[in-house]
Structures are given as C-alpha cells and as structure tokens.
Design a protein around this ligand. Structure first.
Ligand code: ING
Length: 319
C-alpha cells in the first residue's frame, strides 16, 4: 500500500499590520500540529505570508506593493519555516508572492522533508481585473500585480507520489486538473484566498462555498486524484474570505473539511491505491479519451461560431 499522511493548514486572516514573522509563527504552529498527528506533508494557503494585497490599488513598482513580494525563497524570515519543517521531517506546499527579476508571480513551491525546494508553480489563471473600477465594492487586482505563470502545470515525483500544484482560481478551470491528470498526478495541492462581497450578485456570494467544493470534487473525480486545498480566510482588513479547506479523495468525496474561519489543521491518510480502479476503468484516459473531438479546447480561447459536422456524415435524406 502506498499512502501519505497529508495535512491542510488553513490560515485565518492576516491583517496588514501582521508582519511576516507573525504569519510564519502561525505556519510553524500548524506544522507542529501536523507533526503531532503523524503527518508527513502539509499544504499551506496561497499568499500565505501576508494579507491579500490585491484588494488594494497600487501602481506596479510602488514600494508598498513591492514589500509584499519575496526576493528569495527561503528568505531571512521564511528560513525559520524551512528549518522547522526539516527538523520535523515534513514536506510542504507554500504559496507566496514571488519577485523573479522583473517578473512578479503568484507562486507556490514544493519543499521536501529535508527542506529542499523540489518544484515551483506560478499561477496561470489570474482572476479579477488589471484596472481599478470605483463602481465595485472591492477590488481584485491580481491581473494588475502578477504576470501569468510561465511554468505550465508541472507534476513532480515527491514523497513517493506524483504531486502537482495549483493556486486558487486555477481550481475553477477543468483544464488545470486534466493537464496534470495527463501526467499521472496523484495528489494536487492548492491554496486559495476567495473573497466574497466585492459587489457580485447575492446568490453568487451565497453559493461561494458550494462552488468551492463542487469544482474541486469534480476535478479530483475526473482525474482520479487526491486534492488538498488550504484557505486563507476570515475577515481581513474588513473583507471576508471563505474557509472550507478540504481534502478530497479520487472518488470526489470530501474526507476532511475545516469548519472555522481561523487557523485550523485538518488531515487525512491519502491512499494512492484508492485511485487505481478509476484510473484503470472509468477514467482510463488511453482507452476512453477521444482527442480528435477536443480540438476547440486548445484552438479557441473564447466562445466562437458553432461547428457543423459534414452533412454527408449524418443525413441520407437527399441521397
Ligand atoms: N480568488 C478567487 C477564486 O477564484 C474569485 C477569485 C472569487 C473568482 C470569487 C470567482 C469568484 O477563488 C483568487 N485568489 O483566485
């Protein structure tokens, strides 16, 4: 049997006044809770070191904006987290804002149980807007502050499993899971900061938790993989963000879920043999997928004209 004891470390709000040392001490506390439960791997949230700054308006290059980005990983403050994890012999996924030359990315890394970074992912689906609009109740300016990820959706061999990463809005796009599914991914780790009440219709806000679980359960089932998702949540600087961190099995079932909007650890034993039936039967991609019918998925970005099949292939009426 091949399995992994996985923890998801949900973070409550990080306020603007909370410096990195405050955030990192909370991450280390959650890591120690994971150790006490016998976990081998911990998933931390998206942008886990600071408050969710894309809610505010800056110009690229502003000093205050630049201060939210990490010049290096680990850096002087994050080193303590790497050291604590290596001492506990626990691997982890961490989301943070990355400065890479002139590039600014919403990034996550995989760190193994020896504290070595073995993989990186940069968020591809950037939600929200690049220009502020005062008619909105709140801004979501990730397109303004982050470049589109340029590393694809890589899958890494780690902790004796095929592990992939995504970040927040990525989880709403089936392509995210399928590209990793086609690499044999067994566990997808992701972090999210999901605000509600930015002016969207009431029903959209009321369905935020439903859509959170729906999209990840579907992604897990359609690709016969585990999904471990960590929220940063609660009321940050007056803005509310959903919690509902969860661990989902390859069958699409939620096996663990957070119930607070605070720092909270959940965990589960992820048995990778659980996925075998689905991978070999229902979602045996080699046997069942018909890529010749899927061309529009990569040829088109947005909605276009309807596609008509050749009439000779289906209509004998005028023969
Ligand atoms: N946050 C949100 C997310 O996809 C969002 C953006 C919120 C999209 C609500 C749709 C509805 O969960 C991030 N950071 O991507």
């Amino acid at each position: 049997m091949r399995d992994l004891m996985v923890a998801v470390a949900q973070l409550g709000p990080i306020q603007k006044i909370d410096n990195r040392a405050v955030a990192i001490s909370r991450l280390i506390d959650l890591l120690h809770q994971a150790k006490a439960r016998g976990c081998q791997f911990v998933v931390f949230p998206e942008l886990a070191l600071t408050t969710f700054f894309p809610r505010w308006i800056y110009d690229r290059g502003d000093m205050e904006l630049e201060a939210y980005f990490e010049d290096s990983m680990p850096g002087p403050e994050t080193a303590a987290l790497f050291e604590a994890a290596a001492q506990a012999e626990i691997g982890f996924y961490l989301g943070y804002a990355e400065k890479f030359g002139a590039g600014r990315y919403n990034t996550s890394v995989f760190v193994n149980q020896r504290g070595d970074i073995i993989g990186k992912y940069r968020k591809i689906h950037l939600p929200g807007h690049s220009e502020p609009d005062s008619s909105r109740l709140g801004e979501h300016l990730e397109k303004r502050y982050f470049d589109v990820g340029n590393l694809g959706f890589p899958v890494y061999e780690m902790m004796n499993a095929r592990m992939g990463m995504a970040i927040c809005n990525d989880r709403r796009w089936p392509e995210t899971y399928r590209v990793m599914g086609l690499q044999g991914v067994e566990l997808i780790s992701l972090g999210y900061n999901t605000p509600v009440g930015l002016g969207e219709p009431f029903q959209a806000a009321a369905r935020a938790n439903f859509h959170n679980s729906l999209t990840m359960q579907a992604g897990a089932y359609h690709n016969a993989c585990w999904v471990a998702a960590a929220a940063k949540c609660g009321c940050e600087e007056g803005y509310n963000m959903i919690g509902q961190s969860m661990i989902i099995s390859p069958s699409g079932e939620i096996v663990a879920m957070a119930t607070t909007l605070e720092d909270e650890l959940i965990s589960a034993r992820c048995d990778f043999d659980d996925a075998q039936y689905l991978k070999q039967e229902i979602f045996n991609f080699t046997h069942h997928r018909r890529t010749e019918a899927y061309a529009l998925i990569t040829e088109r970005t947005g909605i276009g004209d309807m596609v008509r099949p050749d009439k000779a292939l289906w209509d004998q009426s005028d023969e």
